[in-house]
Design a protein around this ligand. Structure first.
Ligand code: PMP
Length: 352
């Protein structure tokens, strides 16, 4: 009987998230989470909300959170759209701004969810190969297309994109929406947010999952001129007008207020990243320059897939992508100094 349903169920190739292991305790460097906890104020705000607000529906417009985010970025609340993680913000963006007639352009090596969204929305993507050094060929994004999506820094390479290249792409795509996905921007990249006032075609997407250590509560947002945000609201309200739950809302508001705490954590992560790159270089890895909380590394002699499995045996999880051009690279999230010491110990043992 189950075959009967299969015959008319849509054929999709869904996104496979990084593993959340349950079999043992690992040093977990595989999903780009922040290794440090959320701030004490965030935890207190979530507890308070749990104590006395859960009987009530959340505010469908997230007015307080939108106001906080708007103040933080010197924008108006009407220029902020909230979603259940930036994955949901991106999904709404694909549905709102791109159409099957005009292929949306993104890179061959990029966040693999974009291809999944494109398939789900029956869009035909225009796949643009990155240069050999994984830099972005800006000119190729300026040829005719039906919209652009670029993570800055890119995932899984960690490479940042200069603001001048973003301006160049925005100017060449005046009639299309250009999405800059800034999931990892706070670890050393240059944000496109100040360009919003001059570019009605720019949508910047952010998340609280990485910099704000809140992957567990699922909050993301988009920033752009009012017309783009109105478009997103129209699509969102056609599904489910409640955006995020009260616990997530309370935690997110406190996180935006506690920026000083998170800036310090990001500085620590950047220092650990630079130390790790030097140590990896010393044992035969080459590492792509990173402006994010992860690095993309390949070893001169040992195969990435072999190291990946051996690390797992040693209790260290990293990410391996079995796909053309990057099948000899490992993506390694930057953890605490202690976690990175364990990674180095394991690697030295594996490569000896
Ligand atoms: N964009 C990029 C480039 C990412 O790597 C991720 C996380 N995997 C996301 C967006 C989605 O993050 P979240 O849904 O947790 O906000």
């Amino acid at each position: 009987m189950s075959n009967y349903w299969n015959s008319f169920t849509r054929k999709l190739d869904p996104y496979v998230p990084g593993e959340q292991p349950k079999d043992r305790k690992y040093v977990k460097l595989n999903t780009n989470e922040n290794p440090y906890p959320p701030s004490a104020n965030v935890l207190a705000a979530i507890k308070d909300a749990a104590n006395d607000q859960l009987r009530l529906y959340p505010d469908p417009n997230c007015d307080e959170l939108r106001g906080k985010i708007a103040d933080h970025f010197q924008l108006d609340a009407e220029q902020v759209f909230i979603g259940n993680g930036s994955d949901e913000v991106l999904a709404f963006s694909f549905m709102t701004f791109f159409s099957p007639e005009n292929p949306v352009a993104f890179a061959d090596i990029t966040y693999s969810f974009y291809k999944v969204y494109a398939n789900l929305c029956s869009l035909s993507p225009k796949i643009i190969p990155l240069n050999n050094d994984f830099t972005l060929p800006a000119d190729a994004f300026c040829e005719p297309n039906g919209g652009v999506v670029i993570p800055n820094p890119n995932a899984p390479t960690g490479r940042g994109l200069p603001i001048e290249s973003i301006k160049y792409i925005l100017n060449a795509n005046k009639d299309q929406v250009v999405i800059i996905d800034e999931a990892y921007i706070d670890f050393g990249g240059s944000t496109a947010v100040p360009l919003i006032k001059d570019y009605p075609n720019l949508l910047v997407v952010r998340t609280l999952s990485k910099y704000s250590s809140l992957a567990g509560i699922r909050v993301g947002f988009a920033l752009g001129q009012k017309d783009l945000i109105n478009g997103l609201n129209t699509v969102k309200n056609s599904f489910n007008s409640y955006t995020i739950d009260r616990l997530a809302g309370a935690g997110a508001i406190a996180a935006i207020d506690d920026d000083a705490y998170y800036r310090d954590m990001a500085q620590k992560i950047i220092a650990t990243r630079e130390r790790t790159i030097m140590q990896l270089n010393a044992i035969g890895f080459s590492v792509i320059p990173s402006q994010s909380n992860f690095i993309f590394a390949s070893h001169k002699t040992a195969a990435a897939e072999v190291i990946f499995h051996a690390l797992r045996e040693h209790g260290v999880l990293v990410r391996y992508f079995n796909q053309p051009r990057i099948d000899n690279y490992l993506r390694i999230t930057i953890g605490t100094d202690e976690e990175m010491d364990k990674l180095m110990e394991a690697l030295k043992d594996i490569l000896k």
